[in-house]
Design a protein around this ligand. Structure first.
Ligand code: PLP
Length: 394
């Protein structure tokens, strides 16, 4: 009776639903403070003070037209500020005409994919991946092609990407710093990827677009460099979100930036602006466009996340788990001590630990721990990780 594809996809999302339900049950049984919920990437910290101040200013402002409909691309002055900010970072020439304000990265990804893909064209997704990518590609009638990252390090396996490229390849999605691994791709590996893409573009006479999904780009540790993707790739579309960098996930604000080096970039921008309207977003929230434009150089205090990372990483590895040390984002990617990662995460619930099986990210045998929560909860959880390790004889 209803849309069969969507109804069938409900079963796939049951893993996260089951986790929610298990969490609610544990919290009712043991009390909120005795359950260690690391399941969602929902930052527990408040937006930075300058962001809060800008918001108060605009809420109290009597500027006429602040809440009107506007161009589907967003406020001109906001797009000018974003373009200038990105131009400084990338060194690439950009104007407001390369910027579209959107309702977060989720909207931006859907818009960019739909603007680029003809039905049946392929999009390379590197595993493990943010699982929503598969739905976004399907929404645009595209076909995901999943390529594993390098075993153990989760860096880009350039040769594997190259082998997966066909005449139908339209795009590759990159997400660095990465959810769920915390890996940041090095300039060298991105340049190798560029060479591989260029070789294949030449061979097939095609253009392959790099969709750089960047919600975590300002959350990095130990001074690690996050190369600007526009400075590396010609056919680059950046999808940025303020959900994590400014702790504003509920406000739905981000932007899409298309490189000025893309051939016929004006048509691509026109398509994306139209899609912002026809997909039903119409325009990004007016108030928050103004707020973020004043705070482009502001970000949450990464020292908070770094402390959480250090406490958790040091403890988890000291009790015997294997884990990639994250260079960015706020996730730990831990190897399951048994092959069945779903069973492992179920066992973790015995100790009131809620962690997400790697299968949910296209990478069985691992589990993801989101550490964007209060440091006190993380400290209280350590004993549970010790007991979990003991259960597996580590
Ligand atoms: N991309 C990645 C890798 C994410 O982790 C998330 C959210 O967790 C999103 C996109 C969606 O972010 P937004 O809130 O901006 O839609």
């Amino acid at each position: 009776m209803f849309n069969q594809k969507i109804v069938a996809s409900l079963a796939k999302s049951s893993m996260i639903r089951a986790m929610f339900e298990a969490g609610a049950k544990l919290k009712a049984q043991y009390g909120e403070e005795n359950v260690f919920d690391f399941s969602l990437g929902n930052p527990e910290i408040e937006p930075p003070v300058p962001v809060q101040e800008s918001l108060k200013k605009y809420v109290n402002s009597a500027t006429p037209g602040l809440h009107y409909y506007m161009s589907n691309a967003g406020f001109e002055d906001v797009r000018e500020k974003v373009a200038a900010h990105l131009q400084k970072k990338s060194g690439a020439p950009l104007t407001k005409d390369h910027i579209l304000m959107v309702c977060g990265a989720a909207a931006g990804m859907n818009i960019a994919l739909k603007a680029l893909l003809n039905a049946g064209e392929e999009v390379i997704v590197l595993a493990p991946f943010f699982v929503e990518y598969l739905s976004y590609i399907e929404n645009a009638d595209g076909k995901p092609v999943i390529v594993n990252t390098e075993k153990g390090t989760f860096h880009i396996d350039v040769e594997a990407v190259k082998r997966s490229i066909t005449p139908k390849t339209k795009a590759i999605i990159l997400n660095s710093p990465n959810n769920p691994t915390g890996v940041v791709y090095s300039r060298e590996s991105l340049e190798n990827l560029r060479t591989a893409l260029e070789e294949k573009e030449k061979e097939f006479g095609t253009s392959i677009f790099v969709l750089s999904d960047e919600p975590y780009v300002s959350i990095v540790y130990d001074g690690v460099e996050v190369p600007n993707m526009m400075s590396v790739f010609k056919n680059c579309v950046i999808i940025y979100s303020f959900s994590k960098s400014h702790a504003l996930p509920g406000e739905r604000i981000g932007y899409v930036a298309a490189s000025s080096r893309i051939d016929d970039v004006g048509t691509l921008m026109g398509a994306m602006i139209t899609l912002n309207r026809t997909l039903g977003f119409v325009n990004a929230p007016a108030l928050f466009q103004k707020v973020v434009a004043e705070n482009l150089d502001v970000a949450v205090d990464t020292a908070f996340y770094q402390e959480n990372r250090d406490i958790l990483y040091n403890h988890i590895t000291s009790v015997g788990f294997e884990c990639v040390k994250p260079s960015g984002a706020f996730y730990l990617w831990m190897k399951s001590p048994i092959e069945d990662d779903v069973a492992f995460c179920q066992t973790a619930q015995k100790y009131n630990l809620l962690i997400v099986p790697g299968s949910g990210f296209g990478c069985p045998g691992y589990a993801r721990i989101a550490y964007c929560y209060g440091t006190e909860m993380i400290k209280r959880s350590l004993k549970a990780f010790t007991n979990l390790a003991k259960e597996y004889g580590l």
